[in-house]
Design a protein around this ligand. Structure first.
Ligand code: PGA
Length: 250
């Protein structure tokens, strides 16, 4: 069975609550596409206003991060229950910016992944190599390690519903996109790694996105690759262009 494409915007630290409402209202008619799951991952404070603005549309509102404890003395963090109560279905976990600036590790990503599943939230699990790692020729080993740690103690049934985002760090926000062949090589290797850890059925079901300077001009070629099931889109998700990316197949 063909996997359904999933195209997610990652707003990062952009848009105030009122700006979020305006952007959702602007994009709502542009991102209609019944063939694709469309997710806007927005800053925590924008989740509820964006959710209200997205009502009666195909837009699903997601979060950009979540903590792995249920509640308590963790000033500034957002719990899984808070996301569930707000109606959130997806959460981005382990984005390279979280790893670089906020000391997230493969181990904390794994804890968050397990928590998300426990609460019925679909994690969008990010992985990706630096330019140095690519040049050293160790990028596939590195990504396999990130995936194997992120999925520790995750069951096959849970893994089947997960989303993985392959985001080469050198392509994020740089305007330099991986070629579709480079992206496919890694997304295929991730699927093979899932088959190794679980089984073929899990590998066939899991959805793998490419992220890193996806735009209206390169989306169709990237998403046509057999192991690329959509994209995680930063900069271009804040513009009308996101409608063209979502409608890459029209
Ligand atoms: P970009 O960001 O599309 O602006 O490169 C992608 C991401 O970081 O998810």
């Amino acid at each position: 069975m063909a996997r359904r494409k999933i195209i997610a915007g990652n707003w990062k630290m952009n848009k105030t609550p009122s700006e979020a409402v305006a952007l959702v209202n602007e994009l709502k008619p542009l991102v209609a596409n019944e063939d694709v799951d469309v997710v806007f991952c927005v800053p925590a404070i924008d989740i509820i206003p964006a959710m209200i603005a997205a009502k009666d549309s195909n837009i699903c509102i997601g979060a950009e991060n979540m903590y792995f404890e249920e509640s308590g003395a963790y000033t500034g963090e957002i719990s899984p229950n808070m996301l569930v109560d707000a109606g959130v279905k997806y959460v981005v976990l382990g984005h390279s910016e979280r790893r670089e600036y906020f000391a997230e590790t493969d181990e904390t990503v794994n804890k968050k992944v397990l928590k998300a599943f426990e609460h019925g939230i679909t994690p969008i699990i990010c992985c990706g190599e630096t330019l140095t790692q690519r040049k050293q020729g160790i990028y596939l080993d590195w990504i396999r390690m990130q995936i194997k740690i992120a999925f520790q103690n995750v069951t096959a049934d849970q893994a089947k519903t997960a989303v993985i985002a392959y985001e080469p760090i050198w392509a994020i926000g740089t305007g330099e996109t991986a070629t579709s062949d480079q992206a496919e090589e890694v997304c295929g290797a991730i699927r093979a790694c899932i088959a190794e850890v679980y089984d073929e059925a899990t590998a066939e079901a899991i959805r793998i996105q490419y992220g890193g300077s996806v735009n209206a001009g390169n989306a169709a070629e990237l998403f046509a690759k057999p192991d690329i099931d959509g994209g995680l889109v930063g900069g271009a998700s804040l513009k009308a262009d996101f409608g063209k990316i979502v409608n890459y197949n029209k």
